[in-house]
Design a protein around this ligand. Sequence first.
Ligand code: MRU
Length: 349
Amino acid sequence: MIKTIVPAELNEKKDKLRIMDQTLLPNEEKWLELDDPESIWEAIKMLRVRGAPAIGIAAAIGLYVCSLRSQAENVFEFGKEFEKIKDYLATSRPTAVNLFWALNRMTDRFHREKNKSIDEIKWALLDEAEKILSEDQAMCRAIGRHGLSLLKSEMGLLTYCNAGGLATSGLGTALAPIYLGCEKGYNFKVFSCETRPLLQGSRLTAYELDKAGVDVTIICDNMVSQVMKEGKIDAVLVGCDRVAANGDSANKIGTSGIAILAWEYGIPMYILGPTSTIDLDTPTGADIKIELRGEDEIGNSFGRRTAPEGVKAYNPAFDVTDAKYITAIITDRGIVKPPYTKTLMELFG
Ligand code: MRU
């Protein structure tokens, strides 16, 4: 059975958030233990922990471990401190709805327990954070099973960014059907786009697939059309950071271009994500806030200048794939097909 790294979890004593610093991959596997709001915020912001579900898990555990340090003498004070940390962590990254979904779940749990003692509330918060993590593992497996039902052995599969184990607490979303297929002896040929500017595709996806013994080939992002034209791609599998009520789906910048190419070449475009990424409160993709990141990630990435000093760079971190280019959205609850406004509401409303 394939085992993936759990990138965000509690440490053994259950008093710190333990994350693998993904900015160092593939060169170094280094774990960090964090228990203060500033370092947890920084770890999410700087992508030490990243990928929509993992961000949510890190925030939930982070909120719990920070609340452990509270010196509040009554529940009212404790609640005020809790809200402050929650609001602060919510400012770390805007696009992945999982961050807000997880923080809201922790808050709802707090409110359900507010008539209990501070210690009892802390136990409840621990329980909620652990549930968020274990439910994510189960959701990944379910996504994998549904996704695999659409695939056959020997297929060429294209993926983008990292929607694997490193982005979740389980088998990932887009990579889950690949892992489950490999467990069954399917012989997939996976193409992983590098994913400029931060190279999640080559640094992370190729890393974890290769480690698991999956046949993976890296291509530069601008090679997708040629590789599709050569007939090497039978399906595109990507993750998502937020799926709007009409099916428009935000994912790593560059995904929407791949979807348009897949449409042109008649290749199925699958978006894979858990319930925690479906956001029926966001009507369309136009309502999704796209994170803008620093210019240095483009002109000075990985500590070396690749553009002249002083030249401007524009760096949106996500884009929205219009629902019309999406063949199906594969979730833990099942496979959703157009018309998405109706089918998403039926499954998640
Ligand atoms: O900026 P990142 O690395 O957090 O972006 C991640 C992605 O875009 C993933 O595809 C998405 O979060 C899905 S992860 C299961």
